[in-house]
Design a protein around this ligand. Structure first.
Ligand code: PMP
Length: 425
């Protein structure tokens, strides 16, 4: 990739959440192997982001490469309408086996946001089918569920995109965010407040959607898993479905295979994505119970009304199967626990710094919350000079590396964070 390519990129290619007038720089990556991204100039960066939670096994993984090339030699894609295939059936089996027993119906979607749309549509069709048409959703403040319209409408109403798309987005209801802290005792007043809101609006609410335990893109906040039990209880009390969005937290990231296991709460609908293919292909799944699936299927439409072109893409399913097999065989619990212990040892002391408001660690997630919004452009440049790939947002510098990261590589990430906090950029 030469200077002309980069200039073309700057002028013509839209990057995530980026201006076309004054885009942030894009670093040209030419290859990725293990836990390293290789820039076109040969520099290698230790990856702290796992490509936004996805690449849990790292890059260039032989088992995943083999699965995808084997599948490619048979067929890359066929429509899923009226056709099925082994990779989809195998993946369905795996997902039903890995998730709580009640979640045994699988809808394969093409991305996390789409799996959230599917979940919302399932809830609406379910409520219609039982004869109580409810058309609103309730979500948590500071939540994030994706960028498509329905998903945006349940993202945090202030930090999300509501003001930009005002008048276009469905107007949903928001509970306050749960108090910060995995170990913070439950707040009785918070519980009462949420209960009051749900009770007042129960007749219009189709479902409550939450990210269990970790609120990711809304600020990397952790909350006490016991709140999930209360959410479950209230949803049962008011006839509201409960949707867990585990697109970021699923597949081991928080120290449990799924974050819902921290409280042993089973939702009516579960969204999975990101790490499902080990970061190789875009794929997501929306899982639900027999009761929800059959109720929808006995409703007016007689079917669930969604069916994307690339549903159940065989390449994505094949690599997802290989990724989930590898996860099971890889002692991920030990690895995630080791990452957690090391992150605690290396990041928690940063709490003492003047420009740090909070440091928190859960599973293979480390978060340093600064007192002020960071200069993403300058910080990213400095991180690249230090040989690491870390992309902060707002006031948050966070890492969620591939589980295969070595202690030395992880130290490189922590010490780079320490360096920029101590000495600036
Ligand atoms: N939900 C959560 C919790 C997420 O973190 C994300 C992605 N950041 C999404 C939904 C949307 O997924 P995707 O980007 O694959 O559409």
């Amino acid at each position: 990739m030469d200077a002309q390519d980069l200039e073309f990129d700057r002028r013509h290619l839209w990057h995530p959440y980026t201006s076309m007038v004054d885009p942030l720089p894009s670093y040209p990556v030419h290859a990725a192997q293990g836990v390293e991204l290789e820039l076109t100039d040969g520099r290698k960066l230790v990856d702290g982001m796992a490509s936004w939670w996805c690449a849990i096994h790292g890059y260039g993984v032989p088992e995943l490469n083999k699965a995808i090339t084997d599948q490619l030699s048979r067929m890359s894609h066929v429509m899923f309408g009226g056709i099925t295939h082994q990779p989809a059936v195998d993946l369905g089996r795996q997902l039903v086996k890995m998730t709580p027993e009640a979640l045994n119906k699988v809808f394969l979607a093409d991305s996390g946001s789409v799996s959230v749309e599917v979940a919302l549509k399932m809830a609406i069709q379910y409520q219609q089918s039982i004869g109580t048409p409810r058309h609103r959703f309730v979500a948590l403040s500071r939540g994030y569920h994706g960028d498509t319209t329905g998903a945006m409408s349940v993202c945090d109403p202030v930090g999300g995109m509501h003001s930009l798309f005002n008048g276009y987005l469905p107007e949903n209801l928001f509970l306050p965010e749960p108090p910060q802290g995995f170990d913070t005792p439950l707040d009785a007043e918070y519980l009462q407040q949420c209960h009051r809101v749900l009770a007042a609006h129960q007749d219009e609410l189709a479902a409550l959607i939450v990210e269990p335990v970790v609120q990711g893109a809304g600020g990397m906040r952790f909350y006490n898993p016991e709140y999930l039990r209360h959410f479950r209880q209230w949803c049962d009390e008011f006839g509201i479905l409960l949707i867990f969005d585990e697109i970021a937290t699923g597949f081991g990231r928080t120290g449990k295979l799924f974050a819902l296991e921290h409280a042993n709460v089973v939702p009516d609908i579960l969204c999975l994505g990101k790490a499902i293919t080990g970061g190789y292909m875009t794929l997501a799944a929306t899982m639900t119970t027999t009761s929800v699936a059959e109720t929808i299927s006995r409703g007016a439409a007689g079917v669930f009304m969604h069916g994307p072109t690339f549903m159940g893409n065989p390449l994505a399913c094949a690599v997802a199967n290989a990724s989930l097999n590898l996860l099971e065989a890889s002692h991920w619990q030990t690895k995630v626990r080791a990452i957690e212990t090391q992150l605690r040892a290396e990041l928690l002391p940063l709490k003492r710094l003047e420009n740090v408001q909070d440091v928190r660690v859960l599973g293979a997630i480390g978060v340093v919350q600064c007192t002020e919004t960071v200069d993403v452009k300058a910080l990213q440049k400095r991180f690249v000079e230090l040989g690491v790939w870390i992309r902060p947002f707002r006031e948050v510098i966070y890492i969620m590396p591939p589980y295969v990261i070595s202690p030395l590589q992880l130290s490189r990430l922590s010490s780079s964070i320490k360096e920029v906090l101590l000495r600036g950029v």
